[in-house]
Design a protein around this ligand. Structure first.
Ligand code: UT7
Length: 336
């Protein structure tokens, strides 16, 4: 591990990105055969047409996270053993112990490299990027692999039409590295949580985890529960608040940024923020139509698709925004 003991202020650059998605697709028309719904309702209310779903015992959060980081390492031109740390943001690591960070490190020839999983639900990838950036900026870490991955199909009750239609599986990753230009990296960042909203979005493991307000509803332990209307209100409010602060506190305008990468939970949430800030459609990336909401995977997959297509312009900042269970939220203005 390449750890410097001296505190040296450094910049942070994105060395490479990667993503991984299951092959299997679950379309809105497939849902029409499972529950009382329609392609029209789902697309109109959420913007989703299809999602990718893990199949069989050999595919899951671990394999998706591993493959996304392997691709990010490949695009960065380094190997697993060159990393100083691996952070895996996820609510769906197969086991509580060992963490998927340790398992992914072993799979990528990074035994000896420290790793930990981070739980911040849909905000996880943005949390991970901010944590990694701060650690590199401290001068004590040189290269960190950040993975955002979730296998939400594992928590989906496919008899529940209001929830199961929203989620898909996928992973995005980035390799961050120290750079001598201190201007590169986070120019502004925020992270927050509010546990008073814990019952709006939760995955109960035991009977006692179910809040009184939800006791009369049919519950499957291990499946996601969501108060859609409350989460919707929170998401619209937080998204706009984080964006407002990002622009005000950096004194940037939408014209100054190349892209706004936001968590993909519902097209209407993204559109309401886009309209509020007068953002042109080409600056607000959308992939929810193809993948649904991949929780911690969404922002990372967006970043990889934009990075590879060259839409994140060097010399222009981009914005990351996410919100989700916890409740949690995070935002960053990133200079590349
Ligand atoms: O990543 C974490 C953050 N998560 C989010 O940001 C999700 C936030 N919430 C949402 O995106 C929306 O609340 C949903 C997409 C979950 C629901 O959309 P909505 O427009 O808020 O619908 P609703 O819950 O108000 O339900 C309206 C109607 C209900 O029928 P009644 O009671 O009016 O007769 C539902 O039963 O739509 C019905 N409905 C459906 N109908 C057809 C709910 N799901 C479906 C469905 N197909 N799949």
């Amino acid at each position: 591990m390449n750890v410097s003991q001296a505190f040296v202020p450094v910049g942070v650059r994105i060395l490479g990105t990667g993503s991984a998605l299951p092959e299997a697709r679950l379309t809105n028309h497939d849902f029409e055969k499972i529950v009382d719904t329609s392609d029209e309702w789902i697309f109109k209310r959420t913007g989703i047409s299809e999602r990718r779903i893990c199949k069989g015992p050999t595919e899951g959060a671990f394999t998706l996270g591993r493959d996304a980081l392997a691709r990010a390492l490949e695009s960065a031109g380094i190997e697993g053993k060159d990393l100083d740390l691996i952070i895996v943001a996820s609510v769906s690591s197969e086991m509580t112990c060992p963490s998927n960070a340790c398992r992914i490190g072993h799979a990528l020839d990074a035994d000896g490299v420290p790793g930990f999983d981070l739980v911040a639900a849909c905000s996880g990838f943005v949390y991970g990027m901010i944590v990694a950036e701060s650690m590199i900026r401290s001068g004590r870490f040189r290269r960190i692999g950040v993975v955002g991955v979730d296998e939400m199909s594992r928590f989906s009750d496919y008899a529940d039409r209001s929830l199961s239609i929203l989620f898909g599986d996928g992973a995005g990753a980035a390799v961050l590295a120290a750079d001598e230009n201190p201007e590169l990296g986070c120019q502004w960042q925020t992270m927050g949580s509010d546990g008073s909203g814990e019952t709006h979005l939760y995955i109960p493991r035991r009977d006692q985890d179910v809040p009184d307000a939800d006791r009369d509803n049919p519950i499957r332990l291990g499946c996601l529960r969501m108060n859609g209307r409350e989460v919707y209100k929170f998401a619209v409010h937080k998204f706009c608040e984080v964006m407002e602060r990002a622009f005000t506190e950096t004194q940037l305008t939408p014209a100054d940024v190349s892209q706004i990468i936001c968590h993909q939970s519902n097209i209407r949430i993204i559109e309401s923020a886009r309209e509020r800030f007068g953002l042109p459609a080409e600056k607000v990336y959308i992939n929810i139509d193809r993948y649904g909401n991949m929780s911690a995977g969404s922002a990372g997959v967006c970043l990889d698709e934009l990075w590879r297509s060259g839409k994140i312009t060097k010399g222009m900042p981009f914005v990351l925004v996410a919100f989700g269970g916890g409740l949690t939220w995070a935002g960053a203005v990133w200079r590349v």
